[in-house]
Design a protein around this ligand. Structure first.
Ligand code: SAM
Length: 268
């Protein structure tokens, strides 16, 4: 079987390559996340094809559903299949089954957002949707944020909560670009700080990509401050209260924050 992953527009229907159109025309069947949405695109392109639903609920049965086809095109709702959508599972199946796999280059939301952000592009980490649990989000960001731009996807109803968590992690003045409705009529690339983004996006609507500037390396914590941290912890001070006490003792805020969040043997 020949499986072709076909990127589709993330908004503007002109963003589709000639090769993508040819592959859609030549496929026996177009497998897709949402038959209604893909139906609209195919109609716009003047292509009439049988559609087969392969979304997060049915992707597990892909082998059975695709049986008997010689040439399949797979498209997701928008952008490149395999990026934060069920496409990756289909790729794994194709490799396992020894199907001929072709992945076409084409539209995706992360690259235009990254480039339009004006933030450094030389090193970046794409993290898709962050985990929903706060502790898991923070652990994930810790792994990648230092020295690198981070690109995230987010749904409108979770945007503000995510910005609030990012303020906790990066601080309110950290640079961010928020790319909204890319390639659509109401496209907006907002650039500023995390606190500014919270003030600007009061009632978020549309689709969002967040691009965060690189986090400065964690400052080396002075060894002589550690006994003080131990003493304050023994008094029951943790978190914000511990940071405040360290700052009052003359330790710079970034170092106080690092000290207060340093894992101790007890809570490691
Ligand atoms: N496979 C897609 C790609 O290549 O970008 C991503 C699929 S993921 C399920 C959908 C997310 O992509 C949205 O929640 C949003 O964060 C982002 N996205 C998709 N289209 C967008 C657009 N036109 N403007 C901004 N973000 C977009």
């Amino acid at each position: 079987m020949r499986l072709v992953l076909v990127p589709t527009p993330i908004g503007n229907l002109e963003d589709i390559t000639l090769r993508a159109i040819r592959e859609l025309k030549e496929a026996e069947v177009v497998a897709c996340e949402d038959t209604r949405r893909t139906g609209v695109l195919l109609k716009h392109l003047g292509i009439s094809k049988p559609l087969l639903r392969l979304d997060q609920h049915t992707i597990g049965q892909a082998r059975k559903l695709l049986q008997g086809y010689g040439r399949v095109a797979y498209v997701t709702d928008a952008g490149t299949p395999g990026i934060s959508d069920p496409g990756a599972e289909l790729v794994a199946l194709a490799l396992q089954e020894g199907w001929q796999l072709e992945v076409l280059p084409g539209p995706t939301a992360l690259i235009p957002a990254l480039v339009a952000s004006g933030l450094p592009t030389a090193r970046f980490a794409f993290e898709g949707f962050l985990p929903q649990k706060r502790s898991e989000r923070e652990a994930r960001l810790k792994q990648v944020a230092e020295g690198r731009t981070v690109v995230l996807y987010e749904a409108p109803h979770r945007l503000r909560a995510t910005l609030e968590d990012l303020v906790q992690f990066y601080g309110p003045e950290h640079p961010v670009a928020v790319a909204r409705e890319l390639s659509k009529a109401h496209e907006e690339v907002w650039r500023g700080t995390l606190a500014g983004a919270l003030a600007h996006f009061q009632a978020p609507r549309g689709e969002f990509v967040l691009v965060l500037g690189p986090k400065a390396p964690t400052p080396q914590v002075p060894l002589e401050a550690e006994p003080l941290v131990g003493a304050l912890r023994k008094k029951g001070l943790e978190g914000k209260a511990l940071v405040r006490a360290l700052v009052e003792a003359g330790i710079p805020r970034n170092q106080a924050y690092a000290l207060a969040h340093q894992k101790t043997e007890a809570n490691r």
